[in-house]
Design a protein. Structure first.
Length: 129
C-alpha cells in the first residue's frame, strides 16, 4: 500500500506539531500571565525550537550529519525562523488586525513551510560518504 505522504514529511509534521503545541502552550501561558502577545510568541517559539531539534532528528531526518554540524545549522535556521515568526505575527496581528489565534495559526503555517525547505536542504542534509 502506497503512503499518502513520504516518511520524512510525516516525521517533520509530527515533530513540528509537537513542538508547535509546546510553543503555543508557552505563548498562551505567558499571555495569561500578562505578557504582550508579540513577546509571548517570540518566547514560545524559542521553547518550541529547543524541543524540535531532537524530534526532527529522531522522526524526520534520521540520516542527518553529526550533531557538531547540524546543531549549528539548526541554531542559525532557528534564528531566521524566529525572526520570520516575529515579523509575520506582528504584521498579521498589529498591521492587519487579525486576532491573536488567527495570526499565530497563519504565522505557524508560513514558518513551517519555510522550515521544511531549510531543514531538508541545509540543516539536516544527508551526508554523502
Amino acid at each position: 500500500m502506497k503512503q499518502f505522504l513520504p516518511r520524512q514529511l510525516q516525521g517533520f509534521m509530527a515533530a513540528g506539531g509537537l513542538a508547535t503545541l509546546f510553543h503555543w502552550f508557552v505563548m498562551a501561558a505567558l499571555i495569561a500571565a500578562g505578557l504582550e502577545p508579540t513577546l509571548a510568541t517570540a518566547s514560545g517559539s524559542v521553547s518550541g525550537a529547543a524541543l524540535n531539534y531532537g524530534l526532527q532528528r529522531r522522526l524526520a531526518f534520521r540520516n542527518a550529519g553529526p550533531h557538531r554540524v547540524t546543531l549549528w545549522r539548526y541554531i542559525g535556521s532557528c534564528f531566521v525562523a524566529w525572526l520570520c515568526n516575529l515579523v509575520f505575527f506582528f504584521l498579521l496581528n498589529n498591521v492587519l488586525a487579525l486576532s491573536v489565534p488567527l495570526s499565530q495559526v497563519v504565522t505557524t503555517a508560513l514558518v513551517a513551510a519555510l522550515n521544511y525547505i531549510v531543514y531538508q536542504r541545509l540543516v539536516f542534509h544527508e551526508q554523502t560518504r
